[in-house]
Design a protein around this ligand. Structure first.
Ligand SMILES: [Fe+2]
Ligand SMILES: [Fe+2]
Length: 272
């Protein structure tokens, strides 16, 4: 096997211009990431954005995000794939981003670029905008079928909610059927790892022996700030993932921001 790289972005939380989350343009940050990939000379096989593409996610937002993604794709010379997060909405995504008829069905796919296979699944649950993730049976059946074959450079799995059990964050905010998903993943013979987001901090470890990378993303990073509080601070990062012989090396590239505090929340919010 050769060495192959891909770029992992997540939690871009973009809206169409004029409707940003705070007084910081999240779309500008996403553009800066594409520019940084290009300027750094990286040649990723693909870019994957693992959900919370949009902050609110209406038709206008997704049409705008699609334009931005297409420009980013052209800039870095690689296809860009996405998965949906809890902030995303399926029907406007289908219409505005994919240009298809609106549908509340899950968005999932398998594609192979340069021998590296990417399987994207939807862990977003309609109506659960701040909560848990779940991968439905239809997608598990699709995953099982896909994993009957292998890809020359291995298989990367992407969805929004991590399987990891993360300190400070109750399992109820992550993937609630991780055991079920893991059982299917274990039928695969070429899994590199699962790449996710949602938790707005870098959490890298194993779930049931499977590498699970939850990336911090490009909106804010959460950390303890004392007095039982978690602060959400302006942040902009992406991960460059290098795959050799089915093993991943994850490099987090942090772009400068003011790092100001966007919000603070009581830690009990994330507790069981
Ligand atoms: Fe997010
Ligand atoms: Fe999320």
């Amino acid at each position: 096997m050769e060495t192959i790289q891909f770029v992992h972005m997540t939690d871009t939380h973009m809206n169409a211009p004029g409707r940003d989350l705070w007084d910081v343009s999240m779309t500008e940050k996403a553009k800066r990431i594409f520019q940084d990939v290009k300027a750094s000379g990286y040649k990723p096989a693909f870019v994957v954005i693992t959900g919370d593409l949009a902050q609110e996610g209406n038709l206008e937002d997704y049409a705008y995000i699609r334009k931005l993604v297409d420009e980013g794709s052209a800039l870095v010379g690689a296809p860009v794939y996405v998965t949906l997060g809890n902030h995303d909405h399926r029907s406007p995504f289908r219409a505005g981003y994919l240009g298809e008829a609106p549908s509340e069905g899950p968005y999932y796919y398998s594609t192979t670029v340069g021998g590296l296979r990417l399987i994207g699944l939807t862990s977003q649950v309609p109506g659960e905008e701040t909560g848990f993730g779940f991968i439905d049976q239809k997608q598990l059946d699709f995953l099982a079928e896909e994993l009957k074959t292998t890809a020359p450079q291995g298989t990367v799995i992407a969805f929004h909610h991590p399987m990891l059990k993360i300190v400070d964050i109750a399992a109820k905010y992550n993937l609630t059927n991780a055991e079920e998903v893991s059982a299917v993943l274990k039928t695969g013979r070429d899994i590199v790892g699962v790449f996710a987001g949602h938790v707005h901090s870098n959490n890298i470890g194993h779930y049931d022996g499977i590498l699970n990378v939850a990336a911090a993303g490009s909106t804010y990073v959460g950390r303890r700030i004392g007095d039982g509080l978690i602060g959400g601070h302006n942040f902009c990062s992406y991960n460059l993932v290098t795959v050799t012989n089915l093993q991943a090396t994850v490099q987090t590239i942090i772009l400068p921001t003011s790092n100001e505090e966007f919000f603070r929340v009581d830690m009990t919010y994330f507790a069981d």
